[in-house]
Each structure stands twice: as C-alpha cells, then as structure tokens.
Design a protein around this ligand. Structure first.
Ligand code: KIV
Length: 272
C-alpha cells in the first residue's frame, strides 16, 4: 500500500462537497473524548467537532473564552483515537488566531499533533486573510458566522444574528468573501431560517446550521444537549434525543436519522 493511501472509509472535504451536491444532509455533533467519539462514529455521524463549547460543558465555565490551545489539543487527540470514518474538525479557541501567522502555527498543531482534518474559526470577512493563509498551507477551514460565542461580551449576550435587512445582506456578503478566500465549509449559528437558506443556496461549499433551520446542507448540535446532561435549559434550537431513545447509542442514531431525513430541525427549533 502506498504511504499516501487514505484510511479507506474516512470522510474528507471532498466527501462533504459531494454530499452537498447530491442533496444528502450532513450530520455533525460535538465530542470531547474517545469513548463518545467512537459512539458517534459508529452511529454514522459525518463530522465530529471538538468544539470550544468544552469550556462550558466539560470545564464548567460560563463562556468559551477560557479554553486554551493546549486544552483543545488534549481533547482533540482523544477524539481522534475514537474515529474511523467521521471527519474530525477542531475549533480554534479564543485569541488563537489573531494574525495569519499565529493562526497557521496553532492550526498546524491541530493538524500535526491531533490528526485534525479541518479547523473552525469564528468571524466574518475580517478573517479572510487568515482563511486564505491556512488554505494556502493545505489546512481546510470551516468559517463560523452568525452568533459567535467568542464575542459574547461584545454582542451583549447570546442573540440571534442577521435579523435586520442590513445585517442579513452583510452576512451573505461575508459568507461569499470567506468562500472566495478558501473556506471549505460554513457554519451558521442562530440565524433566521430564510437568511440561512439564501446563504446555503449562494455558496458552493457545504453550509452547516445550528439554530439556522432545515434549509442548510447539514446540522450540528452540542452532544451533551441532545443527551440532556447540559447544565440549565436546553437551547430553543436543540432537542433532547435521549428521552425517547433510552440509550446514548440510540439517541445519537435517532439524531443522525432525523437530520438525514429532514425531520430535525422542526419548526419549533427555528428563528425568523
Ligand atoms: O463549540 C461548539 O460546540 C460549536 C458548536 C456550537 C457549533 O461551535
């Protein structure tokens, strides 16, 4: 076997692109350790994100801001050991990508030391230079628009983004610029359904939604929300899948099936 051979069933950016073109919904979930990663992989989750949400759901912080590159590396290495098929995406934590050079060094660590296949970073067109520097160095990027939890203090809370006409047009424009800069995927968080549909139709790269409606090319949720173990109230856009499923494995399979068949998200999970 050539030293360039891929693991036979590992999904890649090309697989995700092909899924968009074929109209197959992309099912994504977060994970933070090898055991859950294995369950997700087995249940057919396409993309596993080591989210900086680990700052809240694993570390117990109020926000994602305290999460470090070393924290992300530790959890990403663990998750990578649990995956055979799913694509591994890793969040760039707060202040780890303030310049193209810093972003390249930190993203490079995720690729070299944790087998990441894609990194995700928050922000709009102001990140285009960073996206293109990573792309030029062979690092796939998922851009993250809409609600950006790393900017929670600047935004004044966790709020739906892009409701006003100007803000919606600006987000569509930023999405185009990020794609142009070399982004391979786009994540939209807490965005009105109609805007998410427009962005999904305008971009060639896959668009994954969380609180962005069923019109996106795929969906992502925080694992602990669907298992009903996150602290506090479950967000409006999420759903507890374990109450009706009984086991963790069944809950994850039900989630994957609901995303693939378009049964999740429903009208009750959407913003207008
Ligand atoms: O950190 C995270 O888990 C995320 C998801 C909410 C998309 O970015």
């Amino acid at each position: 076997m050539s030293s360039h051979a891929q693991q036979p069933h590992r999904l890649t950016v090309r697989s995700l692109q092909a899924m968009k073109q074929a109209g197959e919904k992309i099912a994504c979930l977060t994970a933070y350790d090898a055991s859950f990663a294995h369950v997700l992989d087995d249940a057919g989750v396409d993309v596993v994100l080591v989210g900086d949400s680990l700052g809240m759901v694993v570390q117990g912080n109020e926000t994602t801001l305290p999460v470090s590159v070393d924290d992300m590396l530790y959890h990403s290495r663990a998750v990578s050991r649990g995956l055979d098929r799913a694509l591994l995406m890793v969040d760039m934590p707060y202040l780890s990508y303030t310049s193209p050079q810093q972003a390249l060094e930190n993203a490079g660590r995720f690729m070299q030391q944790a087998d990441a296949q894609m990194v995700k970073l928050e922000g709009g067109a102001e990140q285009a230079d960073i996206v293109s520097r990573l792309a030029l160095n062979g690092i796939p990027v998922c851009a993250h628009l809409g609600l950006q939890p790393q900017r929670v203090h600047k935004l004044g809370g966790y709020r739906v983004q892009g409701r006003e006409t100007d803000a919606a047009e600006a987000m569509l424009d930023q999405a185009r610029q990020l794609e142009q800069a070399g982004a391979d995927m786009m994540l939209l968080e807490c965005v009105p359904q109609s805007l998410a549909e427009r962005i999904t139709a305008a971009l060639e790269i896959p668009v994954i939604g969380i609180g962005a409606g069923a019109g996106c090319d795929g969906q992502i949720l925080v694992l602990y929300d669907i298992l009903g173990i996150s602290k506090g109230r479950i967000p409006k856009f999420s759903r507890n899948f374990i109450d009706d499923s009984g086991t963790i494995e069944a809950a994850v399979r039900t989630y994957v099936d609901a995303v693939k068949t378009g049964r999740f998200p429903g009208k009750e999970h959407v913003f207008s």
